[in-house]
Unconditional design. Structure first.
Length: 231
């Protein structure tokens, strides 16, 4: 049975269901403020350890990453060779680049992130997924370090002492997004078209179509997660 994304459940519903299970005697004794903190703690614990919450948020993040990178590359191609590039378009392209780095790092960067894919895929499977796309694990670790440094020293913070690292080529970053997206759909977690198809559509679309939008340039379909157990 499909498992709804946790964010589709109003907080009040969760609060009521938790409070309902509390003894009526305790409700008369425990101050309401304490009960509220208990409920918030239970909800936070559920969010931290529930892989379905991570998958739902990862889907939004990675869809945006694919869109930002496609827009960035389209704008770079448009501005290439221009004698005087409009400042508006330059800053727009740079904004898409920064959003790509930040979003990618939310899922593949630091393990302490609640949206990191280690909370969904076991370590051995993650290594297998990376290497299945022709990327050796040692090469992946090196590339991963460059992406994280770009995020830490340029996109989110500015390291004025060591300088700003140049963003690495995004081909490998995009590749692992596609591999992970394919795995999530193969596991039955997501029910929408592949992100690689969305990226191709955005890359091939007429520039006017990018401004007007349309279903062909959307992620395509709702996100659905299913119950599974990870170790």
């Amino acid at each position: 049975m499909p498992h709804p994304c946790p964010d589709s459940i109003p907080f009040g519903v969760i609060s009521n269901s938790v409070a309902f299970r509390l003894s009526s005697d305790l409700l008369d004794i425990i101050p309401s403020g304490v009960i509220s903190r208990i409920v918030e703690s239970l909800v936070q614990s559920r969010t931290m350890h529930d892989p379905y919450t991570a998958i739902c948020e990862q889907d939004r993040i990675l869809t945006a990453v694919v869109q930002h990178l496609a827009y960035y590359r389209r704008l770079c191609a448009l501005l290439k060779g221009a004698d005087c590039a409009p400042v508006f378009l330059v800053h727009t392209a740079n904004g898409h680049l920064l959003a790509t780095v930040i979003g990618w790092s939310m899922v593949f960067g630091c393990r302490k992130e609640k949206t990191h894919w280690c909370h969904v895929v076991p370590d051995d499977d993650r290594k297998r997924l990376v290497e299945s796309d022709g990327i050796e694990w040692t090469r992946w670790e090196s590339y991963h370090g460059k992406m994280v440094r770009c995020r830490n020293r340029f996109a989110v913070h500015r390291d004025i002492d060591q300088g700003w690292p140049a963003p690495p080529c995004f081909d490998a970053a995009l590749s692992v997004v596609f591999v992970y997206d394919d795995w999530l759909r193969e596991q039955g977690h997501l029910t929408r078209r592949p992100l690689r198809d969305l990226y191709q559509a955005l890359s091939d679309a007429n520039l006017l179509d990018l401004f007007s939008g349309g279903s062909a340039l959307d992620a395509g379909g709702p996100t659905t997660t299913t119950t599974t157990t990870t170790t």
